[in-house]
Design a protein around this ligand. Structure first.
Ligand code: FES
Ligand code: FE2
Length: 366
């Protein structure tokens, strides 16, 4: 998907300064601060990006057996993704069709989607099975009440949802990442640990931070920089497609490759032979996100509980370092004195993300 749509008229409804963000990399500036604070931009992102693009909500091993479910918000929409008794994946609305309560929470296993408010109960196919005291006359046909379904697909072990019924499968758009994931067998990786982290900032700050290792020297001087120095990172050309990968030359001989991968808008993971680390990011508001850091293990190279514990501790420490700088960057976005700065050549993937974002937001202006 080449970026052919970017043109000045399409940018007219976007904040001043947007055109500079999509200029060639050696002239580009960052996105104007409004992109990180303005709820009308967040609403436009919800409509034109989160409600039309594939969004990762779970790993396949969380939905291994019939009745397993995971809940999520996709484009603000409460969704439950589940494994049905026949082994199929389904994504259903998690909103009760009686009075609209959001029904399931978190993750678990259930034989039905039950609403606790007045106990309406839906089958795993979404059809209403029981509704106490509603009678069974032809005036109330339970079988005509069915939770709406959404597109769901698996890509490299990620269970992804798309609210747009016409969207092409995720593999079509992410074909450029297949060669990178295939040698690791990422689709077989299993969840080994999960860290819940605070993310009181705009979702794009997490994507941008993940897309560059320019900050390693300043933000991670004792953790990442000695192993994967900023100067040894390089983003691949993506040809205008909706992904990036950032490769690192390790400074320690024998250290395996380390690749940070992004499939826009929200799938972020780093991968190596050891396994992968998935940053499960959920935008909540212009200045609020949810973040779970999920450690994925290669089942052929399973680690001891002690090794997992040590890895969790070091990922948490690195994330604390990122949290401090991202929090303060969100604080700076409300400054009237701030003007977006030029990008380093080490921020190419951040620039690729800006071009993707503006391309999608500019569609409404055409
Ligand atoms: S809102 Fe769900 S049963 Fe009433
Ligand atoms: Fe970082």
């Amino acid at each position: 998907m080449a970026l052919t749509r970017l043109s000045a008229p399409g940018l007219a409804h976007l904040p001043p300064g947007t055109a500079q963000a999509i200029a060639p990399l050696d002239e580009a500036l960052g996105l104007p601060a409004r992109y990180y604070t303005d709820s009308s931009i967040f609403a436009a992102e919800t409509e034109r990006i989160f409600r039309t693009e594939w969004v990762p909500v779970a790993r396949a091993d969380e939905l291994a057996t019939g009745g397993d479910y995971v809940t999520a918000r996709v484009g603000g929409e409460p969704v439950v993704v589940l494994r049905d008794p026949c082994g199929g994946l389904r994504a259903l609305s998690n909103v009760c069709l009686h009075r609209g309560m959001v029904m399931l929470d978190g993750a678990g296993n259930a034989s039905a989607v039950q609403c606790s408010y007045h106990q309406w109960s839906y089958g795993l196919d979404g059809v209403l099975r029981q509704a106490p005291y509603m009678g069974s006359s032809s005036r109330f046909d339970r079988r005509s009440v069915c939770l709406p379904g959404f597109q769901v697909a698996e890509w490299n072990g990620w269970v992804m949802v798309n609210l747009d019924p016409a969207a092409a499968p995720p593999g079509d758009r992410l074909a450029g990442l297949e060669w990178l994931c295939a040698p690791y067998g990422v689709e077989r990786y299993r969840i080994a640990a999960r860290i819940s982290a605070a993310a009181p900032w705009n979702w794009k700050l997490t994507v941008e931070n993940f897309a560059e290792s320019y900050h390693h020297a300043g933000t991670h001087p004792k953790t990442l920089e000695p192993l994967f120095p900023a100067r040894g990172s390089r983003a691949a050309d993506n040809g205008g497609e909706p992904w990036f990968h950032l490769d690192h030359v390790p400074s320690v001989p024998g250290l395996g490759p380390f690749v940070a991968v992004g499939a826009f808008p929200l799938l972020l993971f780093s991968v190596g032979p050891f396994g992968a680390v998935w940053f499960r990011l959920e935008p909540v508001a212009a200045d609020q996100s949810r973040l779970d850091i999920v450690l994925l293990e290669n089942p052929e190279r399973a680690s001891t509980p002690q090794a997992i514990e040590a890895l969790v501790a070091s990922i948490s420490a690195i994330n604390d370092e990122d949290t401090r700088v991202i929090e303060q960057t969100q604080a700076g976005m409300s400054s009237r004195a701030y003007r977006p700065g030029r990008l380093s050549r080490l921020e190419k993937a951040r620039w690729q993300f800006h071009r993707y974002l503006v391309d999608h937001l500019s569609r409404a202006g055409r």
